[in-house]
Design a protein around this ligand. Structure first.
Ligand code: GDG
Length: 483
């Protein structure tokens, strides 16, 4: 069975959100992230489609075209799939395991069974829509078995896989009771992409240690080699799978579409600053409310600086945008409660009537408003304990072409490999967080020229290695893998 799409992207979510009106009718709006922006032209040029879950339980409309012309093929998920495959195995097993056990992963045989079933369903849908010899690009940790299943169903396909989150060290990964199956699933691809060279190295060392009952690979993988030009660096190695195929393993740091952030708007920036009481310094955090992002710890560092008098509550404000995320999972509910307690406590201690020192928004903001906050912020605070890349850091830098502002960035965000001129910190160490915050605030006050040149260097990096460079390098290597 095959369809007529020459290029298929498969991701857990489709790039659309359902809007249900008061009569129960559903319309779809595109949720354009960087990935959609980068892939839209490729999807149209290659007569492609996108396979994924539409975000509604027990409902999947017939295939349709989004406003920008992307053909989407919805895969339905039941309430049970959502609980066991998505909230369970994907987000309470793999997510914490791949983020270095910031919370303890739960290993549940029922969840694993559901993960296998749902991966099989996604692969079957791809089988139905992909033309003979098509290229299929599988996205992220929810679908790691899809390459292996597809390889069995459709040996004619060229299959790529990209992991958007970190890949852990082999000693952590080996905890996973189903480790061989996951490695075999990934090795069904022709090309496995990670953000960082260190992620790819972790995978290569793992492959040396883990071999399934039927054997997932033969021999030793070769080591990573850097190839390509300055604007499309790639670091590749290859592994021989048990069926004799060569599987390429490579690093492609993802980035953003700087043009989607639009031009600076001074009036809006002035309005945002005025709303906040025209403070001397605005610190900003923008994250999904996820325990990996270190929101609580950055607020605690801010609180200690206020307490010590190093920052003056009459001069600074902290704006924290925390987008609701995975709210039915216990660790996420705990993270939210702790953040909200900290916001209440800090305002209770340091705010004045009508002038909070922490502004906390627990909702998703329109992209346009987010951009105005990025432009208005003097210091962007990005302090995850572990993050595959972190696009927020790059978006902030892209919004400051004049070199204004400062970035406090965790060493454990993938973005720290590229944004070397940030005020780097170790988020596990509250003194390191405090130091980086103070260096950024004081640097802007006392050494604005140095701060400006650092921001400009980072701006150059983000504009050169944008999401198009990422997609082009990945797809170029996938085409190469086909040949
Ligand atoms: C995963 C990996 C990797 C946030 N709040 C609002 C909003 N956002 C947008 C940001 C940014 C995106 O969400 C978040 O991307 P991140 O990269 O920071 O983090 P994750 O969601 O954890 O993403 C990560 C990424 O995949 C890509 O590979 O970098 O490491 O964990 O674009 O702008 N957007 C709007 N309103 C909000 O309130 N409109």
């Amino acid at each position: 069975m095959s369809g007529d799409n020459e290029f298929v992207v498969v991701a857990n979510r489709l790039p659309v959100d359902a809007i249900v009106d008061e009569h129960g009718g559903t319309t779809w709006t595109e949720s354009p992230g960087g990935l959609v922006a980068a892939l839209s032209p490729v999807l149209s040029a290659r007569r492609g489609c996108w396979v994924g879950w539409p975000g509604l339980i027990d409902a999947a409309p017939a295939p349709f075209h989004t406003d920008s012309g992307i053909l989407v093929h919805p895969v339905p998920l039941t309430a049970d799939d959502h609980e066991r495959f998505y909230e369970g195995f994907s987000n309470a097993t793999l997510w914490p395991l791949y983020h270095d056990l910031i919370v303890t992963p739960t290993y549940h045989r029922d969840w694993w069974q559901s993960y296998r079933d749902v991966n099989y369903r996604f692969a079957t849908e791809v089988d139905r829509v992909a033309a003979p010899g098509a290229t299929v690009w599988v996205q992220d940790y929810q679908l790691q078995l899809v390459p292996g299943i597809l390889r069995q169903l459709r040996p004619d396909l060229t299959i790529g896989f990209f992991l958007h989150i970190p890949f852990p060290g082999p000693d952590l990964f080996r905890q996973l009771p189903w480790r061989e199956e996951v490695v075999r699933g990934l090795l069904g691809a022709d090309l496995i992409g990670f953000h960082l060279v260190s992620n790819a190295e972790n995978f290569l060392s793992l492959v040396q240690q883990v071999s399934g009952p039927k054997g997932s690979h033969t021999g030793q993988p070769d080591s990573l080699k850097v190839t390509g030009s300055a604007s499309v660096r790639t670091t590749t190695a290859s592994i021989t799978a048990s069926d004799g195929r060569e599987v390429a393993v490579a690093a492609y740091p993802i980035s953003i579409d700087p043009t989607s952030l639009g031009e600076a708007d001074d009036k809006e920036v002035a309005r945002r600053r005025a709303e906040l009481g025209n403070p001397e310094c605005i610190l900003l955090g923008v994250d999904r409310l996820d325990y990996t992002k270190g929101i609580l710890q950055r607020l605690e560092a801010f609180e200690e600086l206020l307490e010590a008098g190093a920052l003056d509550p009459n001069e600074v404000v902290f704006v924290q945008v925390a987008t609701p995320s995975r709210e039915r999972i216990e660790h996420y509910r705990t993270a939210r409660r702790q953040v909200e307690e900290a916001v209440g406590r800090i305002n209770g201690r340091f705010a004045k009537i009508g002038r909070p020192v922490v502004h906390y928004l627990h909702r998703s903001l329109p992209k346009r408003l987010l951009r105005h906050y990025y432009q208005a912020a003097d210091v962007m605070v990005v302090t995850p304990f572990k993050d595959g890349m972190n696009l927020v850091a790059k978006e902030y830098v892209a919004c400051h072409p004049d070199g204004s502002g400062a970035l406090v960035l965790s060493e454990f965000a993938g973005a720290a490999d590229e944004l070397l001129q940030a005020n780097l910190c170790n988020p596990f160490d509250i003194e390191s967080l405090k130091r980086a915050l103070l260096q950024a605030v004081r640097g802007l006050e006392h050494d604005p020229e140095t701060m400006r040149s650092r921001m400009r260097a980072m701006h150059e990096q983000v504009l050169t290695f944008d999401v198009d460079a990422w997609a082009n390098a990945s797809l170029r290597d996938l085409d190469e893998a086909r040949r």
